[in-house]
Design a protein around this ligand. Structure first.
Ligand code: TYD
Length: 217
């Protein structure tokens, strides 16, 4: 395993890895932006990124998986895993190793929820695939913005992509998978009701991140 200086806990010499998870329309990108601004105001280098599509190759894979031809679930899982492998190797791990805070809009837990449970490939197998792809890198903190998929749908604009078209039952399974995973590892997860006002949510996120990086919220 090519671990480098990064530990399994997602914290290395000064670098901290934070992911945001949840259904489409839960407000992840708003919260990512608010957290990044607060961290920068505290003088931290922040790398804001996302999956799929956090790198140029990842953008090609994102187009294929979200807007390309129909594919079977294993192909879908492998494309997300390939995106993640390249993302971690070329962007996330180097940033952590130089001491940055990396804030990503989606990471491995999206694969476990969407492909493992939503597509029924099995949570454990999909997790193993992503751990292999990333050399075992897990975030120090994962924020779950939890929202009823029926409410989330009303927030979405534009043409639905392949995953957004997957149906209500799929999205209910995916939501439950995130909640189950968070309940099983409270040390890594912060679960928030995404129906709360954005400023309240940002405050709750800051409080958790502050304790990770050792500053006042
Ligand atoms: P996202 O970028 O959050 O969508 P948008 O830009 O439309 O807000 O994610 C794209 C979709 O990919 C989303 O429906 C969730 C899905 N996804 C997976 O199924 N597995 C994964 O591993 C990841 C990272 C995303």
């Amino acid at each position: 395993m090519s671990g480098g200086a990064v530990t399994l806990a997602g914290v290395t010499a000064g670098g901290v890895f934070v992911s945001f998870e949840g259904g489409d329309g839960a407000g992840k990108s708003t919260q990512v932006g608010l957290l990044a601004a607060w961290l920068r105001a505290h003088g931290r280098e922040v790398v804001v990124t996302r999956e799929p599509g956090g790198t140029p190759l990842g953008q090609t894979l994102r187009d294929a998986v979200l807007h390309g031809e129909d594919m079977d679930p294993r192909t879908e899982a492998l494309l997300y895993a390939a995106d993640r492998a390249h993302h971690v190797a070329s962007l996330v791990r180097p940033a952590l190793e130089r001491g940055a805070v990396v804030v990503t809009d989606r990471y491995l837990d999206s694969s476990v929820a969407y492909q493992g449970s939503g597509r029924d490939l099995g949570a454990d197998e999909v997790e193993q695939l992503s751990l292999w792809a990333t050399g075992g890198l897990l975030p120090a903190l994962t924020v779950l913005l939890d929202l009823d998929p029926a409410v989330a749908r009303t927030r979405l604009t534009g043409d639905p992509d392949r995953l957004e078209r997957a149906g209500d039952e799929f999205h209910r399974r995916t939501r439950q998978a995130f909640l189950d995973r968070a309940a099983a590892d409270e040390g890594r997860w912060l679960v928030l009701d995404a129906a709360r006002p954005a400023d309240d949510l940002a405050g709750a996120v800051r409080a958790r991140v502050a304790s990770l990086i050792g500053v006042a919220a």
